[in-house]
Design a protein. Sequence first.
Length: 284
Amino acid sequence: MLVAWPGQSEETGQWPPEVFRTVYSSRAFLDINIDEAHAAATLMAEAIVREEGFDSRVEVDIYDDVDLIEAALRRDEVDVVTLVAQDYLSLEDTGLLEPTFLTMRGEDVLEHSVLLVRADRDVEQLAQIQGGRLMVSRSARRDLPLQWLETTLIRDGLPHSGEMFVVENTRGPSQALTAVFFGKADVCIVLSSALDTAVELNPQLGVQLRVLDRSPDVLGSVICFSSRIDPRTRAQLLESLAELHLRPLGQQLLSVFRVDRLIPFEEQHLAGTRKLFGEIDLIP
């Protein structure tokens, strides 16, 4: 979603620079093909560059490994990065990042996962479906839903998910939801936003499926400036990104990422996220 002017901590050197770069964690993309995400991110960066009147080349990189993102930041090769909250927390003490924006969907900055079963089944506790089939939507922030489930199982004195269920990963939430809907699986984990979208398309899902449990609210994506960013760059990006949702093209590109707008980062939004990830870190 972002364009960056790399490698300038002071108002010196060529500005605007010849190349604009931005980096994403692949985990920041929610139920979207990575090639499609790369194309949309490039279009967005190019649109911002044109609007600012710069004749600069755009480069967009997507990394699966947060260590590669940290290495790029240390090499001063990027100034803006979009991370999932878990990756941000792993880097926040490095001094390399300034959290700047959060992604908002509708009126929500935070998101949560839900465990769903069929509404007509007499299931009130996970222990009642031990040995059943669990569908996990990996595209929903990758490992986070399953990590939250592990904390829930530990809380209830139950085995780890791999011993508790027959676990099957799906490419997206729709496959997980329909498997439970048609009785081919006992339970699934998806993001609540994915459930809401699916229910809009098929209202019967809202009738036939029931929430058994839900995770705490956590942040989705955190958009950060490098601590070395050129002050001139920072000032222009703050304005451009805050107003991105007001432009037709900006709205169109944000929608590809399932995002309605960007809002300023506030530390209070991290409270529940820190708590959950603290519990996840204690998993044996």
